[in-house]
Design a protein around this ligand. Structure first.
Ligand code: FAD
Ligand code: MG
Ligand code: MG
Ligand code: MG
Ligand code: MG
Length: 566
């Protein structure tokens, strides 16, 4: 019945609201979680395990604090300081919930983790096919199948080489903790190689040319970190060759850090120039061989340059297992797995996707405009008063976040302003009546503010937490279905569509300086922001153990410098 009120409450038909027979089923539903990164870990930390039979499958039995990976590449922070075993994270939750179990005199809940890759998802048969690399089963393959009722996909993204020849063979990536370790070893190797007695100057230079492909936050942060490492620590140890070091950042676009405010990008470019980091914008890497990198520029054509070490941080790609799912459910022409605003994968049943492997398809106001009109027109008069629209304004903003963004962009606070604007300013407020065409005109440009969320840890963690809260109260919701009013009931905010809260972003630029972009267009660049960066990243650690380790790594670095042995 609720669903008949139209598009605005389309969520009322959601799985979360299902009044169905399922309530009677005493047995726990089987839930499979794929991935133990930002999204998967946030989900597991917030899920009430007593409600589901949970299996966690991921090739890494630990969570990695990715924002500090660039620091690991130069020994500012040790690898073990930024990883936390997933079994510990799961265990903590169990401990917390054991409390309740004792109170309710129930048994403690079990949750399973299996170290394996999921290589195929059968969306019809509701099975995931997995393969373990660390051990084999009776048939010698290490493969096994797991059934699910609910599947939470949080496998993240993989690097994208854009099929550039030589990248896979000759470049480092910076995605996993092993990558960071390898880069650290490779940097030192380059310095040692360049110090060998039988090399001429050209070859020393080649070995000390560090190339970073991609001017996004990761590439820039790594370049800054490497520059500091060289300037503060390595030049003391390799004084004979210190002048031969060169760091290049190659960026295909006009500027680096394009996802940041322009002021930050300009500051970063100027700082890098002062530091002697060669920023080449407008260059696209077309080929990499074992000792030279070939790039193309619109104005100057193709050039090749020798290099000692190259790091590729130029793009995100979709994992094969996700590409396969997309084929199965008719999303093959999309770039990433598409979900609705409740993070349910569109086109299949019982599958949810969070983090970098997924994107939310935000509903458009103009697609639902008739339903919105009908929903607002409580007296069925065929016209709307401003009051009628104001009454549903809050619901509209929840369902269509672009509306609030649009009003903000127009410096308006109330939807009535938008309507007055569309109808001509001289209309009396009380008597204003609006038909559907006039409503269409008023809201015509609202959808221009629909934005897809960035692939960041911040988004992934918020999605994981949100989805866990949905699952925690799903049963409650099935037992007490209340229809569209739920949207207004703040106590049940968890059934609102997912809403992302942006807390700002950082770009560490080296030399104890960082750029911070905080909500409300607040920009801060310099040493103060670096201290803000230290405190935010210390507070965001998943456990007290990693927090203590990270802070002591920073202190150690301040006192003794970075560790150059590895
Ligand atoms: P991930 O964290 O990548 O987790 C994916 C998980 O799935 C992993 O556990 C993986 O082992 C597992 N997995 C992979 N394949 C399979 C499979 N087939 N089956 C089962 N499991 C699988 N974001 C910020 O907001 N701020 C930052 O400062 C920041 N800095 C970054 C620095 C670096 C160097 C990098 C690489 C990323 C950074 N990010 C940052 C981005 C952030 O790390 C990602 O957006 C975030 O990790 C996405 O979370 P996720 O859970 O979707 O994926
Ligand atoms: Mg994850
Ligand atoms: Mg991670
Ligand atoms: Mg995403
Ligand atoms: Mg009316």
């Amino acid at each position: 019945a609720a669903a008949s009120s139209g598009g605005i409450v389309a969520y009322a038909g959601s799985k979360f609201d299902n009044t169905a027979e399922q309530t009677q089923v005493a047995q726990k539903k089987k839930m499979v979680v794929l991935g133990t990164g930002w999204a998967g870990t946030a989900f597991l930390k917030n899920l009430d395990y007593s409600l589901y039979d949970v299996k966690v499958i991921s090739p890494r039995n630990y969570f990695t604090f990715t924002p500090l990976l660039p620091s690991v590449t130069c020994g500012t922070v040790e690898p073990r300081s930024i990883v936390e075993p997933i079994r510990k994270i799961i265990g903590k939750n169990k401990l917390l919930f054991n409390w309740f179990f004792i109170l309710l005199s129930q048994k403690g809940e079990e949750i399973d983790y299996w170290e394996a890759d999921c290589y195929k998802i059968n969306t019809v048969g509701k099975k995931v096919l997995c393969r373990s690399k660390i051990g084999t089963n009776l048939d010698g393959t290490g493969e096994f199948v797991v059934d699910y009722d609910y599947l939470v996909i949080a496998v993240g993204a993989q690097v994208n080489t854009f099929n550039t020849p030589g990248v896979m063979e000759h470049c480092h990536f910076l995605k996993e903790i092993e990558d960071a370790r390898r880069i650290r070893r490779s940097v030192i190797d380059c310095f040692e190689k360049a110090s060998l007695p039988y090399l001429d100057e050209e070859e020393r230079k080649k070995n000390l040319h560090f190339v970073i492909v991609g001017g996004g936050p990761t590439g820039v942060e790594f370049a800054a970190e490497l520059h500091d490492f060289v300037a503060e620590d390595l030049t003391k140890l390799y004084p004979a060759i210190q002048d031969l070091v060169k760091i290049s950042v190659i960026q295909s676009g006009e500027h680096i850090l394009t996802m940041f405010d322009q002021r930050i990008a300009e500051f970063a470019e100027a700082k890098f120039q002062r530091d002697g980091i060669d920023v080449r914008t407008g260059y696209r890497v077309v080929k990499i061989s074992d000792n030279s990198i070939t790039m193309k520029c619109k104005s100057t054509g193709e050039t090749s340059e020798p290099y000692g070490m190259a790091v590729w941080s130029a793009g995100v790609g979709t994992r094969p297992v996700i590409v396969d799912v997309m084929k199965q459910i008719g999303q093959e022409n999309r770039r990433v797995l598409t979900t609705d605003e409740w993070l349910r994968v569109c086109g299949c049943d019982g599958i949810y996707a969070i983090g970098d492997c997924a994107t939310i398809s935000q509903r458009k106001v103009m697609e639902d405009i008739s339903a919105i009109f009908k929903f607002a027109d409580k007296d069925n008069s065929g016209t709307l008063t401003v009051k009628e629209i104001q009454d549903i304004f809050e619901d509209l903003c929840i369902r269509y976040p672009q509306l609030e963004l649009y009003l903000k962009s127009k410096h308006m606070s109330d939807i009535a302003d938008l309507i007055r604007d569309a109808k001509g300013g001289d209309v009396e407020k009380g008597s204003m009546q609006l038909d559907i065409d006039e409503l269409k005109i008023a809201l015509a440009h609202v959808d221009s503010q629909v934005k897809s969320l960035p692939a960041t840890a911040q988004v992934a963690a918020q999605q994981g937490q949100y989805l866990a809260q949905c699952f925690n109260s799903m049963r409650d919701c099935e037992e007490h279905p209340t229809g569209p009013l739920r949207l207004r009931d703040s106590g049940r905010h968890r059934f609102r569509p997912f809403q992302y809260k942006h807390f700002g972003q950082f770009a560490p630029l080296g030399g104890e300086q960082a750029a911070a972009e905080l909500p409300g267009d607040w920009i801060s660049i310099g040493h103060g922001s670096q201290w803000l960066w230290y405190s935010v990243y210390a507070s965001k650690q998943v456990s007290w153990r990693t927090r203590v380790l990270v802070i002591s790594d920073w202190l150690r670095r301040f006192i003794f410098g970075r560790d150059t042995s590895c």
